[in-house]
Design a protein around this ligand. Structure first.
Ligand code: HEM
Length: 125
């Protein structure tokens, strides 16, 4: 499957289910919980969903509303060490397990999350 076909296959609904399953775990997480805005988790959910939808073949809403992603720069204010990175990937892995997307889409997304999460690390340890 081509990356750009993921939106065609899983649709808006597939992405929204995945991201909802991720954010359901965030507030009670000891590392990630304190980093996310408690009063704007719905907004955070919307931003990540819009970003992924645009990245994988859907409408470019994220870029229209937020501009170029510059993800490393946007994450610079959060202390992301390897432990935080691994926790993010773990929670997203749980979300993928729960969502049960078609195998090919699941594999591409897992690889993407793994790579991008590593790029977000901005603290030693
Ligand atoms: C490595 C661990 C990561 C941590 C600890 C982390 C943490 C955060 C936090 C605290 C926010 C602010 C929430 C908000 O108000 O939008 C955020 C935003 C965001 N994150 Fe991450 N993130 C991580 C990895 C990733 C990865 C792998 C991706 C892409 C697949 C990603 C994509 C985004 C996007 C698109 C936003 C919204 C940026 C904006 O428009 O302001 N993050 N992240």
């Amino acid at each position: 499957m081509d990356e750009q076909d993921i939106y065609l296959v899983i649709g808006e609904e597939g992405f929204r289910r995945l991201i909802a399953a991720f954010y359901r775990q965030v507030p009670s997480d000891s590392i990630l919980g304190p980093m996310y805005p408690p009063d704007d988790l719905a907004g955070a959910e919307q931003r990540l969903g819009d970003f992924l939808i645009g990245r994988f073949g859907g409408p470019p809403r994220y870029i229209e509303q937020r501009g170029h992603p510059r993800l490393r720069m946007r994450h610079a204010r959060f202390p992301i060490d390897h432990t935080a990175r691994d926790r993010w990937v773990l929670l997203m892995g749980n979300a993928l397990d729960e969502t049960g997307l078609p195998e090919a889409a699941d594999a591409i997304l897992r690889g993407f999350f793994d790579d991008v999460a590593t790029m977000m690390v901005n603290r030693a340890v």
